[in-house]
Design a protein around this ligand. Sequence first.
Ligand SMILES: Cc1cc2nc3c(=O)[nH]c(=O)nc-3n(C[C@H](O)[C@H](O)[C@H](O)COP(=O)(O)OP(=O)(O)OC[C@H]3O[C@@H](n4cnc5c(N)ncnc54)[C@H](O)[C@@H]3O)c2cc1C
Length: 412
Amino acid sequence: MTDAALLDALIAVTGPQGVLRSEADLEPYLKEWRGKYRGTAGIVVRPASTAEVAAVVKLCAERGIGIVPQGGNTGLCGGAVAEAGQVLLSTDRLTRIREVDAEGDHITVEAGVILAQVQTAAEAADRLFPLSLGAEGSCRIGGNLSTNAGGTAVLRYGNTRDLVLGLEVVLPDGRVWDGLRALRKDNTGYDLKQLFIGAEGTLGVITAAVLKLFPRPRSVAAALVAVPDPAAAVALFGRARAEAGGSVTGVELMPRLAVDFALRHVAGTVDPLSERHPWYVLLELSSPAADAPLAEQLEMILAGGFEAGLVADAAIASSEAQRKAFWHLREAIVEGQRFEGGAIKHDIAVPVAKVPEFLERATAAVEAAIPGVRVVPFGHLGDGNIHFNLNQPERRPRCLHGPLGGDRPPGA
Ligand SMILES: Cc1cc2nc3c(=O)[nH]c(=O)nc-3n(C[C@H](O)[C@H](O)[C@H](O)COP(=O)(O)OP(=O)(O)OC[C@H]3O[C@@H](n4cnc5c(N)ncnc54)[C@H](O)[C@@H]3O)c2cc1C
């Protein structure tokens, strides 16, 4: 099939507004945020309904044309990059919130709804959709499902996989698999929806999902805690769980270098502690009970930590603004890293107790392999998920090749 014939067939499905061809229109879909990967596909198709997705997939399948689904294009691993000869299928017009059922604690959304909009819709119904990550203003729920995204609340609520009750998927031949069920208990055979979660579009295009909602937290307490090393951070986490149990909802680990990157490059970031420390933990407790004594519990955890030599200093958020400032500092690390030259990013997970040993051994190994490399490991200590990121040595030209290469400057 010629390009022109394919184009006509796609336009017949979606209308002219659903097919993009010009260089300027394609640019945002082909360019990846870090400038590390670049797609070369000549067609972006933007179906506006499940039926349109099904028709597009059928049409391409019959002609042997590959499809790459794309949500918010924030995955950063090249998974949503489409090459010449393939069609990039964007979900950015599948943006309907089909149902919010506060009584049943679930929400049904189309794949292209932005994560922050799911959170807002839940909040409007006095509920919480707990998936939360740095890209939440642009990533789309279909992308979150397809990468089984984690984020900052995995400790309490689990990965995206744990937040799903049902899915609707267009299969590779264009048939629609309707698994949009909202049952809490569903023991009717195989749990097929789980196959599509974390599958990065290899088994079909997710078009809609039924997601779980939870009671909103009404009490929150957070502290930014300076600790001597990751082993102290793990021990502090153990004490927090013993003291506050399921109220411990956030435990983020940050080395000083990561904090420096955030403070150096990202507006609005503040170091709440007067002195520099080698490691920090952002510790957050929350509860749906309005009168939960979280501040007291946090103070007890920190006081015990001081006595045990696990805590060097700490700032407890005295207002919602300060709590948000702590999280802004944590989330600004990703942005700050962009300005520090080439980087290699790893999203690793080990049992929580093994995090210190992993950091020690992996850091020694990469420092031996790449002299001068700057190791910047940070992330979700509470579930053993650390972003083990490596930045290129200082005062060297930005790497284009070699172990830290391929990370071109934005726009290059
Ligand atoms: C600042 C920042 C912070 C992040 N923090 C975290 C974090 O804490 N935890 C974490 O797990 N991840 C994190 N990520 C990565 C995260 O996985 C993605 O941001 C997000 O989940 C991907 O959503 P997206 O809509 O951008 O997907 P895209 O990047 O568009 O796509 C990702 C993959 O899913 C496929 N896909 C997309 N939509 C569909 C669909 N409807 N059906 C089938 N396949 C589809 C694509 O083909 C691709 O393979 C972060 C990213 C950024 C930029």
